[in-house]
Design a protein around this ligand. Sequence first.
Ligand code: GLC
Length: 721
Amino acid sequence: MINVDEILSKLTLEEKIKIVVGVGMPGLLSNPQSRVAGVAGETHPVPRLGLQSAILADGPAGLRINPVRENDKNTYYVTAFPVAVMLASTWNRELLEEVGKAMGEEVREYGVDILLAPAMNIHRNPLCGRNFEYYSEDPLLSGEMAAAFVKGVQSQRVGACPKHFAANNQETNRMSVDTIVSERALREIYLRGFEIAVKKSKPWTIMSAYNKLNGTYCSQNRWLLTKVLREEWGFEGFVMTDWYAGIDPVEQLKAGNDLIMPGKVNQVNPFRKDEIGEITEAVKEGKLSEEVLNECVRNILKVLVNSPSFQNYKYSNTPDLEAHAKIAYKAGVEGAVLLKNEKVLPIDKGAKIAVFGTGQIETIKGGTGSGDTHPRYTIFILEAMRKLGLKVDEELAASYENYIKRMRETEDYKPVQHPWGFLVYPKLSEDFLSEQEIKKLAQRNDLAVIVISRISGEGDDRKAVKGDFYLSDDELKLIQKIAEEFHKAGKKVVVLLNIGSPIEMISWRDFVDGILLIWQAGQETGRIAADLLTGEVNPSGKLPTTFPKDYSDVPSWNFPGEPKDNPDTVIYEEDIYIGYRYYDTFGVEPAYEFGYGLFYTKFQYSDLKVSLDGESVKISYSITNIGERSGKEISQVYVKSPKGKIGKPLQELKAFHKTKLLNPQDREEILIEVPLRDLASFDKEEWVLEKGEYEVRVGASSKDIRLKATFVLNKERRFLP
Ligand code: GLC
């Protein structure tokens, strides 16, 4: 076992400074490619002492490495899992842990030490370009999902890295924008998920965020990285910057940001000096004490001594991709959300189906940027429906295949290489079929399936315009024409939403009979969609984020900050009132509420009992499957606090439970304990739980409350952070 203090005593000053700064983005400009091509960063080795470099790679939907390498006949494909928002839609801790384990195995067997995931920033606004990559609008759901995922990853003896710490809830000017937010909103909303993850899963590392927080860069913010993260929460790993984040490496080390990634910032910012030079100078000039430097080195080494690279682990380069594909499929099935079903789903496998929408072929597996992945395949929706033996209208399929092929060869619609290496596909018009053609299709088919797709990614936020948050005119026209003709012919219409975050639904959802949200489910997306449509498997997901009726209903109205054209500041004026905390409290009706999701079966809730027991509240209730099909129910426990000195949302999620698979008539007894501290609000320096009557509300969603019971606190309680 490597003795950290012994190493520390042997390291020269120069070697110590190299340990706290990355080697530079592998493969960028003159930098040598990593031994694992395509990773995001490496730490410096110390050959003299036999210390290897450690390797850090993205991302939340799967390991991101190059699938092929120069002069190497082998391939290095990974598993593309469902995106984080879809994983959160499962509300299934065991499943997140299983996904984390599978991903962790690929990380280890491809020679990587730390996975730069989970990404877990709160969905403050539906237009954030990376919301696909984040779990939820609610900190409890985010934290529980992250903790389960981290446990899974780290069970494989590699590290995880919850990111981006903290309040990085937009992509616009993310590297410089100053997020102004109250300490209460930080503690209760933007930090809370990280707190749960740190305390429950002990991540090896944390990634500080790009943005400033109340005036100080997160990566230079000692209150955030030392007082809160370490002194209050007991974090024992190391903190790394986001890539090229912040402006002062010395301030980063002093704040408790131990590792500066990827290193060589002057390669991308000519106004900056090399971090190693800056730190060396600061030590020599006495501006940075060697004790501080030693602390950062110690924090890094304490973690890395357990890493595969430091342990000289002989990795195989052959992780079990077959087994992981099954896990990706299972996670996607459980993360799909049935939003509408007027006696149309599941469909008859013998039905003749007209499949519309270019997304049936250009199916979206996930978002773009560092959260991208390179799987062996992505099964697209049309292909999966054919493989399942469904009777798709092949003439219509051919017209889509030809249309896409033809358009992608034109100047305006050919795929364009993004500076970060991925291809950008300009959005195609969906309205290229004539009314006559649609009428004929309605005559000869039993059902219409329409795929609506959206993609977004790192570096850019979405826009509240047609073709993004709103349907484009051609998408709306296509839906209207199909609905008219198929309904006239007595046939039904189903929409598949292949999207990574909410779009507007009200203007078109009444035209169709069924809506299945398949998010961006990774490499198995098509198979997941086909199997859910036919009832091979049953949907059991629920929304981890609100679908507002209109963008004007969203409380974070000043997103992405001021001045509008080039924001340098974003003030979280809505404070704690985001998502359902806002909509429920101020009576704003959403299109689909937090926690909503339909199933192919029905569940009955009964026997709620609530009792105070020392430092916690004991809550028990039963759930029975009273429908005809098996399924898993996600019950949510909200608490409504008494009116007091501190303003509170109408209700807040304080626990949730997913049953095992319940067959018709099966019943599950549920017992949940909620620590009283979890019900408190942050008020100035501490957590306050006011006296009065509390209402426990057990629901199938945040608005579909099935059972209620109360308990009384006779005196106020206060808890230190
Ligand atoms: C990016 C992302 C971060 C990622 C890192 C390395 O800028 O913000 O999520 O892990 O750089 O690719």
